[in-house]
Design a protein around this ligand. Structure first.
Ligand SMILES: Cc1cc2nc3c(=O)[nH]c(=O)nc-3n(C[C@H](O)[C@H](O)[C@H](O)COP(=O)(O)OP(=O)(O)OC[C@H]3O[C@@H](n4cnc5c(N)ncnc54)[C@H](O)[C@@H]3O)c2cc1C
Length: 391
């Protein structure tokens, strides 16, 4: 299977790499220190069109197809990955494109594409992580409107967000079939906590979000009442693909840094790269990266062709995020003391990619999705009860 990266995608990749080299990477140390993304980086990213990735041109977006968006995201993650969490394609924009009415798209997508408004995907709660159907945030219908109350945690971009795609229970007792999703604009009834301080992705703006009897019109519902899980499923397929694409970008950067380091660093009178054990390690890194990239491009292709893609996306996310853990760990080892020094970017890549094995469905949840698909082929019947309700 061969994937041709179009000339358009290559041009986008070049532009993103230039942005990473000139703007994002030079800001990395400040982002690590302040746990915030500088305004200058946000403005420069908007100028390059990063907020418009995956949004159709008719709504002011870059109009990039899925594979081009993946390639752009990979390039973005050759630098500090938090930048990609804030400015890359977003789950709310993807949900609007796939499930929004034309009115909802017209209302929100142009400002999202321009980076004037940042949107967050608000699903996770303290008692509902992997088991997303267990959310308790309520949306109660009153006089043709909905009143939303509840709290969300670990919500990426939240400290910068002006719009939230909120999952809430409209019909209690119906499990996943009682969940609907809403577009909620920030207001004084939406409380946002201080930015989470996590091991990596510093500056990505994750935070708790509290909805205190927020009143929204019925037109704020995205998709049908009780069909929120269908919207979430489509959206999570995209979000998982992004996590996998981010992983291969960071993996490539870690491999490139390692290749140049082992060529220069001499011990025992010769470059590290001349030791066979070092070359074995590099071979494993390169093979992991190549396999991950093929799975990611394949999943993008299946989604582009209109397939469900759930299995392919889960395989890509599982493999690419786990591979990124192995590759960045090898990179740290090959750099020796430099590998754990915060003066060099290697340890940052290792910390940044760690969360990809957790967010948007942990690796074990991807395994559940993959294995539940095996049942369709007549294998493993009854292996994974409850997998449908997980993400
Ligand atoms: C950096 C970051 C950004 C995030 N951004 C967002 C966001 O923008 N919006 C949002 O809504 N959420 C976001 N999240 C939340 C994320 O989606 C959840 O953390 C994730 O779904 C896991 O939920 P949990 O943390 O509650 O872990 P738990 O559900 O408690 O799971 C912990 C571990 O238990 C294991 N496990 C759980 N269930 C099973 C099972 N059925 N079988 C086998 N093993 C299992 C897995 O190993 C899992 O890692 C983000 C998280 C992080 C770390």
């Amino acid at each position: 299977m061969t994937f041709v990266v179009s000339q358009e995608a290559q041009a986008v990749r070049d532009a993103v790499r230039t942005f990473v080299a000139r703007v994002a990477e030079p800001a990395a140390a400040e982002m690590e220190r302040t746990n915030a993304i500088p305004d200058s980086v946000l403005r420069a990213g908007a100028d390059v069109g990063l907020f418009g990735l995956g949004i159709p041109e008719e709504y002011g977006g870059a109009g990039t197809d899925l594979l081009t968006t993946v390639v752009a995201l990979e390039a973005l993650c050759e630098g500090p990955n938090a930048v990609s969490m804030v400015m890359g394609p977003s789950a709310p924009a993807a949900a609007l494109v796939m499930a929004g009415t034309d009115e909802q798209r017209q209302k929100y997508l142009p400002s999202l594409a321009a980076g004037e408004v940042i949107a967050s995907f608000a699903l996770t709660e303290s008692e509902a992580g992997s088991d997303a159907a267990a959310i308790r945030t309520r949306a109660v219908e009153r006089d043709g409107q909905f009143v939303i109350s509840g709290s969300k945690i670990y919500i990426g971009r939240a400290s910068l967000a002006g719009l939230f795609l909120v999952s809430a229970v409209t019909d209690p007792g119906r499990g996943a079939a009682g969940i609907s999703v809403f577009l909620v604009e920030s207001s004084d009834r939406v409380g946002i906590g201080s930015p989470d301080l996590q091991m990596g992705l510093r500056g990505s703006g994750g935070a708790e979000v509290h909805f205190d009897d927020v009143v929204v019109p019925a037109s704020a519902m995205l998709g049908q009442r009780g069909a929120g899980f269908d919207v979430l499923k489509l959206t999570l397929h995209r979000a998982r693909l992004w996590a996998a694409a981010r992983s291969i970008g960071a993996s490539k950067a870690a491999l490139d840094l390692s290749l140049s380091h082992v060529a220069q660093r001499k011990q025992f009178g010769q470059p590290l790269g001349d030791f066979q054990a070092v070359r074995m390690r590099l071979a494993d890194m390169a093979t992991d990266l190549a396999a991950a990239r093929l799975l990611v491009y394949h999943a993008a292709e299946v989604l582009t062709q209109g397939g469900d893609g759930g299995q392919e996306v889960s395989m890509a996310k599982l493999f690419a995020t786990e591979a990124a853990g192995r590759i960045t760990d090898h990179a740290v080892q090959l750099h020796g003391g430099m590998g754990v020094s915060s003066e060099y970017p290697v340890e940052r890549f290792a910390r940044d990619v760690r969360a990809y094995r957790i967010l948007d469905g942990a690796s074990d949840i991807q395994r559940l999705v993959i294995s539940s698909g095996l049942r369709k082929w007549g294998m493993g019947k009854g292996m994974v009860p409850g997998a449908r309700a997980t993400r």
